[in-house]
Design a protein around this ligand. Structure first.
Ligand code: GRF
Length: 209
């Protein structure tokens, strides 16, 4: 029932999964300098590096990566700031048990620089999405989203940090639901989750502040 987490950098989402006590068996990075590797090792979690630069093609890298991941026999593979686009062969191999967290309210702002783009677009609600990964980038059944207000004085950095806090709340919940076998996927719809939230309307600006 374990989870393998793929990272490329800081690893704060990975840390949130560890903090939540989820059964993470290994953390794998495509970069040996990923800060998250140190956090994982310090907590006694197995770490592996599969350097994408060591492979001539994306296919060869993905095959090596899949071999390392499979070695841990994970129930779920969780992408957490993993900055490589995966081949459809990789995605198919782990289909239905491959999740990602993306820093926007998808389908708005797929791809990179989501916070700068949200500010530029003038949206008043921004946020993050946990979704199952399909061959199409940042598109796949949505498990959970969290919205945050965009404030008038926000910079890319302040908005990113507000969203990141929300990421750390929803990713562990999504992984737990998956491991508990609650999630049902039908097309792009995922049901079976339970969030106890009193309010079912989100406003921006947030009237409670
Ligand atoms: C997060 O914002 C995540 O949504 C995005 O990349 C960032 C990774 O941050 N995919 P961290 O490495 O988890 O701290």
């Amino acid at each position: 029932m374990s989870v393998v987490v793929l990272i490329s950098g800081r690893g704060s989402n990975m840390r949130a999964l560890l903090d939540a006590g989820l059964p993470v068996s290994a953390v794998v990075s495509n970069r040996s300098d990923a800060k998250g590797l140190e956090i994982a090792s310090a907590r006694g979690i197995a770490t592996r590096v599969v350097e994408h630069k060591a492979f001539a093609t994306r296919e060869a890298f993905d095959q090596a990566l899949a071999g390392v991941v499979d070695g841990f026999r994970p129930r779920l593979v969780a992408l957490a700031g993993f900055m490589r686009i995966l081949t459809s062969a990789f995605v198919q191999r782990f289909e239905g048990r491959l999740m990602n967290i993306h820093p926007s309210l998808l389908p708005a702002f797929p791809g990179l620089d989501t916070h700068a783009r949200a500010l530029e677009a003038g949206v008043k609600l921004h946020g993050c999405t946990v979704h199952f990964v399909t061959a199409e980038l940042d598109h796949g059944p949505t498990v959970v989203q969290a919205a945050v207000p965009v404030r008038d004085d926000d910079t890319e950095a302040t908005l990113a940090s507000r969203v990141l806090q929300a990421e750390h709340a929803i990713y562990p919940a999504a992984v737990r639901w998956f491991l508990e076998g609650r999630l049902r996927v039908e097309g792009l719809r995922v049901t079976g989750r339970d969030l106890d939230s009193a309010d079912d309307v989100l406003f921006s600006p947030d009237p409670q502040r």
